[in-house]
Every structure is written in C-alpha cells, then in structure tokens.
Design a protein around this ligand. Sequence first.
Ligand code: PSU
Ligand code: MN
Length: 295
Amino acid sequence: MLIKADVRTSLETNQPVVALESTVIAHGLPRPQNLETARRLEEIVREGGAVPATVAMLAGEPRVGLERSDLEFLAHNPEIKKLSVRDLAIAMARHWNGATTVASTIWIAHRAGIKVFATGGIGGIHRGSLPDVSADLPELARTPMIVVCSGPKVVLDLPATREWLETNSITVAGYECDEMPAFYSRESGLPIDVRFDSPEEAVEIYRAQRELALNSALLVTLPVPREAEVQAKLLNRVLADSLDQAEREKIGGRDLTPFLLAQMSARSDGATLRANIALLENNARIAARIARALL
Ligand code: PSU
Ligand code: MN
C-alpha cells in the first residue's frame, strides 16, 4: 500500500486525516462535475484543517492519498473498474486501475490508520426480490471507523437497510437531525440511535466504542443541505421511472447503483446531481471537523 507523504506525516504525528472514496468520482458522478467535485472535496477537507486521503487502486497498488493527476486519470478514464472488497486481490494481482467503493475504501483506510471517512450515500439492500446487499454493509459492521454520510442511497430498500444496520450493531447517529436522512431527501421516517449537535459528541461515542472493543463503524448521518434537497414529488417520480428502466434493461450487480444515479439525474434535469454534490461537500466539511475533534 502506498501512503502519500502528507498523509503519512499526518498519521505519524497524530494530525487529522479524512479518507475519501473514488467510486463516486469514477462511477457516481458525470464529467466534468466528477473531477471538480473530487478536487473540491479535498479542498474542503484542507480548509477544515485536515489532510484528505482519497483512496484508489492504481496499477495494482492500493493508494492512500492521490496526486492531482491521479484524480484526473480516475475521472476521465472510462476503463476504471469499480472495485469492492472482493475485487481488491484480483486488481492487485492483475495490476488493474480501479476506484474503491465505501467498502473497499474503509478496508484500506482503516489499515492505513485513518479514523474518519466521508462519502455521499452508503450502499445497502436493493429493492426487489433478489437479495442484492451491498458489501458496504458487512464492511461497516467490521470496521471501527467514523463514517460520515447522508444515509443509505434513496434507491435502496431503506427500511430493510436500516434493520440490517441495527442487527449488525452499527450505531447510527443523526448530525443535527432527528431521523435518518435518505441521501437526496432529508427525511426517511426511519430512526437514528443518537443525535449529535457537535463534532465532540461524535468523538465521545467513538471513544466509548473503542473502550468497549466494538468493531463496528459509527455511522454519522447528515441531511442534504435544505436548499439542495430534491422535493419529494419529483424524487418519487424520477426514482420510480429509473427503477423501471433498470428492470427493463436488466441492469444488475455493480452496474445498478451507477445506472440509477445517472438515470435520476437525467430525469430530474440535474436536481439529484446538485443534491449529490451539495451533500458530498457538506459531509466532507463535517468529517474534517470530527477528525480535528479527535485530537
Ligand atoms: N455515494 C455517492 N455516490 C456514489 C457512491 C456513494 O454519493 O456513487 C458509491 C459508493 O462507492 C458506494 C457504492 O460504496 O456507490 C455502492 O455501490 P453498490 O450498491 O454496488 O454496493
Ligand atoms: Mn450489489
């Protein structure tokens, strides 16, 4: 694993670091917003007083912290693979270039010694009769990190995903909110386990988890900023149409989530894309504050 010099120095001197994923760059957002957002997220983490560590696999080597040119490569190259944990060994042995999902990013970041990770929405249990469960979930269950996100992606079966989190002892906190947010939407009708109104409260619970020798993540959920939220009526329509389209085209496996995100953006005139970028930025900002509070 190659840890970028500034990330390594920060970790060695106990300075704040925030890990970021790369699937959202390569497969979650369209060009040119993907590269702009990748850069902006790193900038926001820096402005927040922490060092950003975007994770990816380049030529078969797990990388923690990327150069500007690496971000560009990931954003512009259509050959970049979407790598979950099951793919990491294949990618390494075969010298692939790949973007890491939430699952594979936290796998690598935790082993690099990073404690805080920020993303948009986590994977979960998809709707439909086939139990398609994202590898994000079991990885969250066995990775003791603070994961800052806006809840599970709204394309998922949210009640089933919430139940899975509970069954697998993943503590779900709401940051300045009283219910679990659902990605583009501030509301899900689903409960959180605890509310935080400051980064210090997140740190207290994280420390208590470590004291108890718990291995699961602390999921800190933040609602999309109000001005960027996608209104329920529009969201329900584009979501239903996108799910239908995926079924008609028989899209499944690793392609399903990127397909649904692209469909919803096209069908909402970019409203979901704007929400996605706004929540990613907001999550990176709060993640940096939490990483600083950990000192
Ligand atoms: N958050 C976003 N956009 C994304 C993702 C998260 O705002 O594209 C990615 C993450 O990398 C997450 C993945 O791990 O979607 C989930 O994919 P799947 O459902 O195939 O596990
Ligand atoms: Mn899946």
